[in-house]
Ligand binder design. Structure first.
Ligand code: ADP
Length: 192
């Protein structure tokens, strides 16, 4: 099993590209954002507690997402690998993921980092707000906060993994198809 992380700020295209990569390479797409939104949609107790945090653009507690991920990887069969999207988002989550994988005889093999400048991000998120119906995309202050939280809490993970030699930066600006090819060229090397 090959373990890929896809990284980048909100609006960098992680979700869009993950769905395509998962399909093309038979990877299990693990998006903690999607899992949390599914909890909210299903009206679970957990979903109710998390929705207020998400609406503000803050991060939900580390234990919540770590448990969600563990249960998904334990139930997975028949995939070539895992693709983590929007997880880990804090250094504590990164350390927990490494530990979880080590206990199962795996490691994080590759970290794909989509690079997109801030002006482009804001443009995309404003556009997405008109289409997605996601409450956390509607309010510019919440969008700003999510980008801030990314810089402060999530970006430090990049330096943590850079030292481990798994860092693969990818230009995230351009046509969706072209970015997909850039990512695919890297992914394929790990699967052969
Ligand atoms: P985006 O990439 O646009 O920020 P996501 O769907 O990944 O969107 O996440 C939406 C929200 O869900 C985040 O702003 C956060 O509140 C919560 N969330 C998702 N994944 C995590 C995580 N790994 N740790 C903490 N909070 C998370």
């Amino acid at each position: 099993m090959v373990n890929f992380l896809i990284f980048g700020p909100p609006g960098s295209g992680k979700g869009t590209q993950s769905v395509r990569l998962a399909e093309k390479f038979n990877l299990l797409h693990l998006s903690t954002g999607d899992m949390l939104r599914a909890e909210i949609a299903a009206g679970t107790e957990l979903g109710k507690r998390m929705s207020a945090i998400m609406a503000k653009g803050e991060l939900v507690p580390d234990e919540v997402v770590i448990e969600m991920i563990a249960s998904k990887i334990d139930g997975a069969k028949g995939y070539a690998g895992f693709l983590y999207d929007g997880f880990p988002r804090t250094v504590a989550q990164a350390v927990a993921l490494e530990k979880m994988l080590n206990q199962r005889g795996m490691k994080i093999d590759c970290m794909l980092v989509l690079e997109v400048d801030r002006d482009e991000l804001v443009k995309r998120l404003v556009l997405r707000a008109e289409q997605s119906g996601r409450p956390d995309d509607k309010d510019p202050a919440v969008i700003d906060n999510r980008i801030e939280v990314y810089r402060e809490k999530t970006e430090p993970i990049i330096s943590y993994f850079k030292e481990k030699g798994i860092y693969q930066p990818v230009n995230g600006v351009g046509e969706i198809e072209d970015i997909f090819h850039r990512l695919s060229d890297i992914v394929v090397k790990y699967l052969n």
